[in-house]
Design a protein around this ligand. Structure first.
Ligand SMILES: [Zn+2]
Length: 267
């Protein structure tokens, strides 16, 4: 609990201890941003416990097709060990074993799939990746989709709008309020509904509180999940940024935990 609220981080990256430093260094260079932590599970719990976090949606991106299996073994193991974790599995659209890997995911208690078009170098609406969406849509599992980049166009809100149109039952959490540094485009192109939600991770430090409130209410506070994008940011600092928005008590309760809990268990 933080300030009397149950809080779930809807966007946390974790890495096995021995590769955490290298993985985080790569992300730091990609975004030209310093990282608060290195992404070990122990650190997640430290940063989270300090803030009074109640749970985490944990994931990791497969930057090469060969990585998905090892990542999913790791995330699966963490979720067995730490019941406060909601695991999202990795997939890489270029894997030759995509179907087998997806079948293996379905046998484990994963609650969704994490994709990152910019790290995985695919255009989100490329017909080449449509068979993958087909498979995911049929399963009912949601995708936590990285959204937006100021320099690259792999993951624009406009591409997401096309994917949602082409896959009318696909469930998506559009990260970073629908498009990191493409917030106006996201507000214009994305219409949250039963199957589309957004997270607030890696947004609040880049905009005024007034803009954050405007975007959250434009998408509907009931459609937004609080996310930290650990290890990029620290839980306590991100919660301070969140409470500086001055949202209503009901909006806070929903965004910090209730919206995610309700949505993740509905199909
Ligand atoms: Zn992410």
């Amino acid at each position: 609990m933080y300030n009397g609220y149950t809080v779930i981080d809807a966007h946390a990256h974790i890495f096995p201890d021995k590769i955490a430093e290298k993985a985080t260094e790569g992300i730091s260079q990609f975004y030209d941003l310093p990282m608060s932590h290195e992404g070990r599970m122990g650190e997640l719990l430290q940063s989270g416990d300090r803030a009074g976090m109640d749970g985490y949606l944990v994931c990791s991106t497969a930057t090469h097709p060969a990585q998905a299996g090892a990542i999913n073994a790791f995330i699966g193991e963490i979720c067995t060990q730490y019941p406060q974790c909601i695991g999202f599995a990795a997939l890489h659209p270029e894997s030759e074993m995509l179907e087998e890997e997806f079948k293996a995911i379905l046998k484990q208690p994963f609650k969704g799939i994490k994709l990152h078009p910019d790290f995985q170098s695919f255009n989100m609406d490329d017909p080449k990746v449509y068979p993958m969406y087909e498979m995911i849509q049929a399963s009912g599992l949601p995708i936590l989709m990285h959204m937006g980049d100021p320099h690259r166009c792999f993951s624009t809100p406009t591409r997401m709008a096309k994917v949602l149109k082409d896959f009318p039952r696909l469930r998506v959490i559009a990260a970073h309020l629908g498009g990191y540094r493409r917030w106006e485009e996201a507000a214009e192109m994305l219409r949250p509904s039963d199957r589309l939600r957004l997270d607030t991770s890696s947004c609040l430090g880049f905009m005024t509180p007034e803009d954050a409130v405007r975007f959250i209410r434009r998408h509907g506070a009931e459609n937004c999940f609080f996310g930290v994008d650990f290890p990029m940011w620290d839980h306590t600092e991100e919660l301070e940024r969140f409470f500086a928005l001055g949202l209503t008590d009901a909006e806070n309760r929903g965004i910090l935990a209730e919206n995610l809990i309700e949505w993740i268990h509905s199909k």
